[in-house]
Design a protein around this ligand. Structure first.
Ligand code: ADP
Ligand code: MG
Length: 275
């Protein structure tokens, strides 16, 4: 379980990015963190693993107070926190398998990682994960030969190879098309449910968040202004989070995407029948 208490972040520039943020995430729960640009979503997930140092408050993961850890212990704790980013920082010239195995780098001794000699159990695990994310046929491909969706699948497998107790995901679909976005969200959520992993997913796309998350936390100017089930995102709540126009436009764009896809599916069916 993740427990965030009274988390506050003031950057050196004076920007107050988070004010008194508190919530807990139990095992297997996927939280969709939504809010307009600049609301503090990235700051919040970066404070959880202390890539950004919180100004006040605490973050606990399974009774470990992350905010109190010093260098060595912090590094060990970070290994148990899987991160997935928008454009996942894959090593372009390495293969898919090597990228997934890099999730073990925090665990294997330096000389072994240097010679890329990973224990057989790590390799077996990597194969299982590649299979789970639908990439087993691509294990030996170079990362730079993959599509955006495939790259994000490698990112997911890499994070899971770490054996995480928590998954932090920052805008995983921002550079993907709508259909691939839904596939990636579905995959992340399924994996969290299967393995009892708690997850926080930053996502500016309300419709996607509503469709896939178990729970929504809405940030507005660094404060939690909504915390509840996806069905609780009423017009009034969305306006509280995004202001008047933003979310209406977003809904409309999503509806148009869905309609375009349905049309494409119909076209494809027609073509199949014509063959
Ligand atoms: N490294 C930084 N230094 C100073 N201010 C920052 C930094 N990173 C983010 N901020 C500010 O903190 C606020 C929240 O930013 P961020 O967490 O990136 O929001 P979001 O991910 O929701 O778009 C913004 O006002 C932003 O300008
Ligand atoms: Mg962000």
């Amino acid at each position: 379980m993740l427990s965030v208490e009274n988390l506050t972040k003031v950057y050196r520039t004076g920007d107050k990015a988070l004010t008194d943020v508190s919530f807990t995430v139990p095992r297997g729960q996927v939280v969709g963190l939504i809010g307009p640009s600049g609301a503090g979503k990235s700051t919040l997930i970066r404070c959880v693993n202390r890539l950004v140092e919180p100004s006040a408050g605490s973050v606990r993961l399974n009774d470990l107070d992350i905010t109190r850890l010093r260098s060595g212990d912090l590094r060990r704790a970070r290994r148990r926190i899987g991160m997935i980013f928008q454009e996942y920082a894959l090593v372009e010239r390495l293969t898919v398998m090597e990228n997934v195995l890099s999730g073990r780098l925090g665990y294997v001794p330096f000389w072994r990682s240097f010679t890329r000699r990973f224990p057989p159990a790590d390799i077996a695990k990597a194969f299982r994960l590649l299979d789970r994310v639908g990439l087993s046929a691509h294990a030996d491909k170079r990362a730079d030969a993959l599509s955006g969706g495939q790259r994000q699948r490698v990112g997911i497998a890499r994070a899971l190879e770490q054996d995480p107790d928590l998954l932090l995901v920052d805008e995983p679909t921002a550079s993907l098309d709508p259909k691939t976005s839904r596939q990636i969200m579905r995959l992340i959520v399924e994996i969290c449910r299967e393995s009892g992993l708690p997850a926080i997913i930053n996502i500016h796309d309300v419709v996607l968040a509503q469709q896939f998350a178990d729970r929504i936390i809405g940030l507005q100017a660094g404060r939690v202004v909504f915390d509840g089930p996806p069905a609780g995102l009423t017009e009034e709540v969305l306006t509280r989070i995004y202001g008047e126009e933003d979310w209406t436009a977003m809904r409309q764009a999503a509806a148009e995407d869905e309609a375009a896809e349905a049309e494409q599916r119909d076209e494809a069916k027609k073509m199949m029948r014509a063959l």
